[in-house]
Structure formats: C-alpha cells, structure tokens
Write a protein that binds this ligand. Structure first.
Ligand SMILES: C[S@@+](CC[C@H](N)C(=O)[O-])C[C@H]1O[C@@H](n2cnc3c(N)ncnc32)[C@H](O)[C@@H]1O
Length: 278
C-alpha cells in the first residue's frame, strides 16, 4: 500500500509558513527535509481520497512548487516502539490504541484510548496534553465548574471531547473541517465505551448555534484569531474557553482578539501553551 504525499519545495524562509498551513489541514505529521543551503521540502499526507487532496492543495499558494508522491506505507507509519502513553496529570493518561492492552500500575487511572486513523492527535502533542490537563481541572476536583455542555472546535481524533464524555458532561458537540476527524472521533467513542455521547460533524464554527458552558479549541493561532468572534459568541456568559495550539512565547495577539474574555490560567509544555479564559 502507498500513501499520497503532498510535497512543497520552497526557499527555507518560507518553510514555517508552509508547515503552519499543513498543520491546519488536521494532519498527524509534517516533515521538513533540507535540500541545499536555500531550499526545503515540506511534506505531509491528508490521506488518499482525491477530494481531500484537492481541497488541501487549493489552500496552497500557487507560486509554491508542489507535487504529489506515492510513499510506501511501511515508511509513512509511526512504529509502535516510538509511541508511549501520555500521563498529562496524576491519574490521567491517554494511550495510542496500538499500545493496547494497556495495564497501568495505577488501577484507578482514567485512560483515554486514541486511534488516530488519518486525523490529528494521539493525545501526546504538547498542545493536546496541556489542553487536556486544563480541561480536567475544570471538570473535576476542588476547582471544578458546573458543566453540562461542551463544544470541541477542531476535534481531530476527539481527545478533548472524549475526556469530557468520560468525566460525565452530558451534551457534547465536536466539529472539525476534516472528514477523517469525524471518522476517528466516532471510532474513539467505541474504544472508550462512550458511544453516542458526542455529536460530531464537519459543520463550520460559524454555523454552530447556542452557547456552551465550556468551549475548547486546539487550533493554530491564525485560525483562533479568524474565529474569535464565533468562539466568544459560543461561550455562555460566565463560561470558560480553553485555547491551545499557540506558542508560549508569542500569543498576546490571540488574547487581544478574544477580549473581553480574560486569561485566568495557563499551562506550557515544550514551547506550546494552553490558556483558559473566562
Ligand atoms: C491541532 S489539531 C487538534 C486536534 C485535537 N483537538 C487535539 O487536541 O488533539 C487541530 C484540528 O483543527 C482542525 N481545524 C483546522 N481548522 C479548522 C476550522 N477552521 N474549523 C474546524 N476545525 C479546524 C484540524 O482539522 C485539526 O483536526
């Protein structure tokens, strides 16, 4: 089997812009290969469906030389020996499905199992683990807030929505632009025994109505800024918004866009930061 890989070759100073664009497609990995002193090849896959490949490529600048290569799956897959469970808080762990059966020493641990399919997220990325830790703090323990409804914007494999379901939130909606995210979230509801608890679809955030006690959005800064009005609208007065996917060193512009919501707590890991606002 082969995987269709989109490869963009650009001068090195453009590599970060191309990489950011590709992460917004909801991919699991983006590779950068230095070709010579000035050129970098940036590559990823959105799966083999032509419609998904075309939709992704339409968001690239036409001046960037782009090609599609068929890569052998045995090279493209992450080998299980490179995966590990992610303990994002005491007693709370996310586990790639390929590591099952998983028997933690702490028999009371809350385990969230994640099969990524073709969507973003094994639960181990710094943006996911810090968002899961902030969300867990909102939903259990001394500082828990009342929460009957939660919206996960950019759900990927559903890690955050699944955690909310496991912690008993009754009404959960999850949306993502990628079909693969819907498929993965449905599958992960089965793996975590929470079938039917999350309504998941590809509705644009602008079309979501109502308000939620908690809104979570782990998406890159430019996307968070573009949807800031919708995020504000969707948090009920006095509710909480957890944002992630932003750089620890550079995020003031995101907070400015979300004002008058105000940051009340944050967590950083490996240069990334999650922030809770009220
Ligand atoms: C960094 S991943 C986060 C996935 C998951 N929530 C997590 O924490 O692991 C960002 C997700 O946002 C989705 N996304 C990007 N732009 C979006 C948009 N405008 N509306 C909804 N989802 C979007 C991507 O497809 C991707 O699945």
């Amino acid at each position: 089997m082969t995987t269709r890989t989109i490869v963009v070759t650009v001068p090195s100073q453009l590599a970060e812009i191309v990489t950011d664009r590709m992460w917004q497609w909801g991919v699991q990995a983006v590779s950068e290969t230095v070709l010579d002193t000035d050129r970098v090849e940036v590559a990823t896959s959105v799966g083999n469906k032509s419609i998904a490949v075309e939709r992704a490529m339409a968001t690239l600048d036409p001046s960037w030389p782009t090609e599609i290569r068929d890569v052998d799956d045995s090279i493209a897959q992450v080998a299980p020996e490179y995966l590990s469970p992610t303990w994002y808080l005491d007693g709370m762990v996310s586990v790639p499905a390929s590591l099952l059966p998983f028997e933690p020493d702490d028999r009371h641990a809350l385990v969230t199992v994640i099969d990524p399919g073709s969507a973003f997220g094994l639960g181990d990325h710094p943006t996911t683990r810090t968002a899961m830790a902030l969300l867990a703090g909102l939903l259990r323990g001394d500082r828990a807030v009342p929460c009957t409804s939660l919206l996960d914007v950019g759900c990927g494999t559903g890690a955050l929505a699944l955690l909310a379901a496991q912690l008993g939130v009754r009404e959960i909606r999850a949306i993502d632009i990628a079909d693969a995210a819907v498929e993965a979230t449905l599958r992960n509801m089965e793996l975590n025994d929470v079938v039917g608890t999350i309504d998941v679809d590809t509705a644009p955030v602008a079309e979501v109505t109502g308000t939620y006690d908690i809104v979570v959005a782990n998406i890159l800064a430019p996307v968070l800024i573009a949807m800031a009005d919708d995020l504000r609208r969707l948090v009920r007065p006095g509710g909480s918004l957890v944002i992630s996917g932003i750089l620890a060193e550079r995020h003031d512009h995101v907070l400015t866009a979300l004002a008058p919501l105000t940051a009340v707590e944050s967590l950083a890991h490996e240069g990334w930061m999650s922030i809770m606002l009220r």
